[in-house]
Write a protein that binds this ligand. Structure first.
Ligand SMILES: *[C@@H]1O[C@H](CO)[C@@H](O)[C@H](O)[C@H]1NC(C)=O
Ligand SMILES: *[C@@H]1O[C@H](CO)[C@@H](O)[C@H](O)[C@H]1NC(C)=O
Ligand SMILES: *[C@@H]1O[C@H](CO)[C@@H](O)[C@H](O)[C@H]1NC(C)=O
Ligand SMILES: *[C@@H]1O[C@H](CO)[C@@H](O)[C@H](O)[C@H]1NC(C)=O
Ligand SMILES: *[C@@H]1O[C@H](CO)[C@@H](O)[C@H](O)[C@H]1NC(C)=O
Ligand SMILES: *[C@@H]1O[C@H](CO)[C@@H](O)[C@H](O)[C@H]1NC(C)=O
Ligand SMILES: *[C@@H]1O[C@H](CO)[C@@H](O)[C@H](O)[C@H]1NC(C)=O
Length: 416
């Protein structure tokens, strides 16, 4: 899908006009230079205590099958320092919809890595954090200046920074806000924020296409991860009460499920879980649900609403996670939607309506802004399910899940 409309974005008082002719949009060289000279990174600081952690750092590597990651010596060394999540799933292929899911709780049918934008009436975790003024940020390696919106950087040559690996930049509700844009920073600013003790309470970290295994392999990315994290784990300011997730956007073999190797690290991992495994079913949506549970924040009303919560946190809030029979589950693709590249004439590509009522797994209801914007519409999907599915297109129907509610009571479901 090409975004042909003219795109004018205010960025720190600077108007950037993207080329309209191709799906890959870029500011001009002059605009890049002007922004580099004038747009300053924004690093707000907050200290809202959470139930299980006071800071969450979400680090994503690329395209690696579970077994390949498990066999990497550096990653297994890291796993021994934390908690290995053995049953964590990416939500589709290829990359971009997974990153999109991490910020907004849905793929919107995206099945490609194109220059796509999600309209401003769709909320993200930025809106969620605003409820309690929890500072968030992104650290995208080699982003040329805060909030850069081009398709990649540099525009040619080997892949370095790419927009498709940047969750927040896909959302107009972020890019139309000059302050939010300035919270999307690079690794130079990460080390600056670390040094000055102004890291945000939530951050998303994207190494470049060399370091994240995309253009290299897991041996390279494992070594990079170990080097990046070993030093940080020794840093008391960084690691105290911090939960780090090291995971992948997706696994490498499209024809099979999408189980990805994921490790929780940092000072917030309970001591008795270090070096252990957790086989609870999780997806990328579980992270948004866990952020809600940790800080008492309302849900986006999308797939985060029914997602399982990190088990040691779920225990603290008395939430019972679902056990999912994944044998029949195809999280290697998604349902049709407004961001699908296929023939959209066969269905109505409306922007899916979120749920606007209900408690959600974290128990804090749904964001006010989501309610106000969407309450006149019925939710498009059954977002209370821990497994994304779409009855209309038959996507992921017939997946069984259940939970044990105590005193022998078992609650069983099948997606239909
Ligand atoms: C990172 O961002 C800073 C602050 O905006 C900028 O000065 C610097 O040139 C950028 N560094 C890289 C490597 O892109
Ligand atoms: C990716 O970043 C590393 C530094 O972390 C750098 O050495 C490498 O050249 C970068 N890759 C590309 C293709 O620019
Ligand atoms: C990754 O590439 C390096 C260099 O080509 C090679 O030595 C290594 O064996 C590769 N790792 C895997 C898991 O294939
Ligand atoms: C997803 O997995 C199913 C079952 O193995 C397979 O039939 C389907 O072709 C896969 N989809 C993609 C996009 O690879
Ligand atoms: C990709 O995920 C599926 C589970 O969904 C898993 O069976 C498979 O082993 C993973 N790929 C590999 C080769 O590790
Ligand atoms: C959300 O925005 C899209 C794109 O502008 C529009 O088509 C849709 O009607 C809007 N939905 C609501 C509920 O505002
Ligand atoms: C939606 O999911 C919930 C939670 O798993 C389940 O209780 C409910 O029956 C589902 N609703 C429909 C209409 O299938």
């Amino acid at each position: 899908m090409l975004c042909k409309q003219s795109l004018v974005t205010l960025l720190g008082g600077l108007a950037l006009t993207f080329a309209q002719t191709s799906s890959e949009q870029y500011p001009s060289q002059a605009e890049i230079e002007a922004a580099q000279a004038s747009v300053l990174p924004h690093s707000p600081v907050s200290n809202v205590r959470g139930l299980a952690f006071n800071r969450f750092v979400n680090i994503w590597l690329e395209n690696t099958d579970f077994e390949a990651a498990a066999n990497d010596p550096h990653l297994s060394k890291l796993a021994k320092k934390g908690l290995l999540l053995t049953n964590y799933f990416a939500v589709t292929h290829p990359s971009e919809p997974n990153y999109c899911a991490a910020a907004g709780g849905d793929t919107f049918g995206m099945d490609n890595d194109d220059f796509l934008q999600v309209p401003a009436n769709v909320s993200t975790i930025a809106d969620m954090f605003d409820v309690k003024n929890i500072a968030w940020g992104e650290y995208q390696e080699h982003l040329p200046y805060p909030g850069y919106q081009g398709f990649r950087y540099p525009e040619s040559g080997p892949n370095d920074y790419v927009r498709k690996h940047n969750p927040s930049i896909l959302y107009d509700s972020v890019t139309q806000d000059a302050t939010r844009l300035r919270q999307i920073k690079n690794f130079t600013t990460f080390y600056d924020d670390l040094k000055h003790h102004r890291l945000p309470q939530y951050s998303f970290v994207t190494p470049n296409m060399t370091n994240d295994a995309h253009d290299t392999n897991i041996t390279f990315a494992g070594a990079w991860s170990y080097k990046f994290l070993a030093e940080l784990l020794e840093n008391e300011y960084f690691t105290k009460d911090t939960l780090i997730l090291l995971t992948f956007d997706e696994n490498d073999t499209y024809e099979i499920g999408n189980n990805i190797y994921s490790i929780l690290l940092g000072g917030a991992v309970p001591k008795h879980l270090i070096g252990k495994k957790d086989d609870t079913f999780y997806t990328h949506y579980s992270i948004i649900a866990s952020l809600s549970a940790n800080w008492g924040l309302p849900s986006l009303g999308r797939w985060d609403c029914g997602a399982n919560i990190l088990s040691f946190l779920a225990e603290k809030i008395g939430y019972v996670n679902y056990e999912v029979d994944t044998s029949n589950m195809n999280l290697n693709e998604t349902y049709p939607g407004p961001l699908s590249s296929g023939d959209i004439s066969t269905f109505t590509p409306n922007w899916p309506a979120p749920l606007t009522r209900g408690a959600c797994s974290a128990g804090h209801g749904i964001l006010k802004v989501v309610q106000n914007t969407w309450k006149h519409l019925a939710a498009t999907y059954n977002y209370t399910s821990p497994v994304p599915y779409d009855a209309a297109s038959g996507y992921n129907v017939g997946v069984k899940y259940h939970r044990k509610l105590g005193r022998g009571r078992v609650e069983s479901h099948i997606t239909k």
